[in-house]
Design a protein around this ligand. Sequence first.
Ligand code: HEC
Ligand code: HEC
Length: 248
Amino acid sequence: MLAMLVLAGCGHASTAAKPPVLAASAPPPAASAPTAAGQPPDLEYHMRVSFWSAVEARDALIDGDLARVHERTNYLATQRFDALPERWRYWLGEMQTAAREGSMAPNTDEAAQWVAEIALSCGSCHGYSRQAPERIPQATLPPAAEPEALAQRMQRHAQAAQDLWVGLAEPSDAAWQRGARTLNEASPQPPVHNGEPVDPAVLEQLDQVKAFGLRAVLARTPHQRAQVYGELLARCPRCHTNMVRPHP
Ligand code: HEC
Ligand code: HEC
């Protein structure tokens, strides 16, 4: 049965877990020079194109695609920010240090922590520059069915991973709290797949993910939150990549 789950699970996050960073708009088109010839890219370009790579790195991580995490974080680490104000250099440095570490992470556990650090650095600069208004996320999940379908539980995971990301990167306390609540509201009953409750080993791992809801509630400082977020994200590829792939 796991093999069936598994095949269906491959490559999923690219379709399911792709809402925008700050609940803004669709992903930007692939990089084409946005400014007149010779002009370095401006802030808007960086926020929409360069920094989108952070979201792509996060989704690749959830998918268990470490090579793509490396590629996307390396892209972020090697962008030039010459046109941005001098006073932001510190935050850009923090962000690029985390991105560079992510691009060299030997496994998804470590990469997850660096992806969380990137989100933290986004939020630090936004909080510091206070120009990005707090946007409260709109979409909500329907109340959990009893018992929940496994696919619905995964939607819950994806929604929580997105809200907690916004919580860090915007930063938004409301989004963070909502992400925590989304995890906490998961049904305690084993989710059902193909009409059968998932087996106890799978349930145990799902319960461990759910337990991050409480840890998220208890995490108060941005650094504590980034730590919790990194550990949560690390759970996704551990389970998704343990599944048998059709093309090894
Ligand atoms: C060095 C400072 C700095 C860093 C680092 C930074 N941002 Fe921003 N970001 C800003 C500022 C300032 C604005 C507000 C711009 C405005 O309102 O014109 C902004 C706005 C945004 C927006 C909204 C853009 C729009 O057009 O509405 C997004 C999305 C965004 N940032 C994403 C990110 C992500 C993701 C990261 C981390 C990978 C990040 N930012 C890191 C300074 C930063
Ligand atoms: C217990 C193992 C396990 C853990 C832990 C886990 N997943 Fe999954 N995930 C699966 C399986 C199995 C599938 C395939 C489900 C199916 O075929 O319906 C899947 C599929 C998905 C999907 C696609 C769902 C769909 O509708 O097609 C998303 C999105 C997803 N997972 C997100 C996450 C995120 C985010 C995390 C980490 C917070 C996570 N998962 C943690 C086992 C897991």
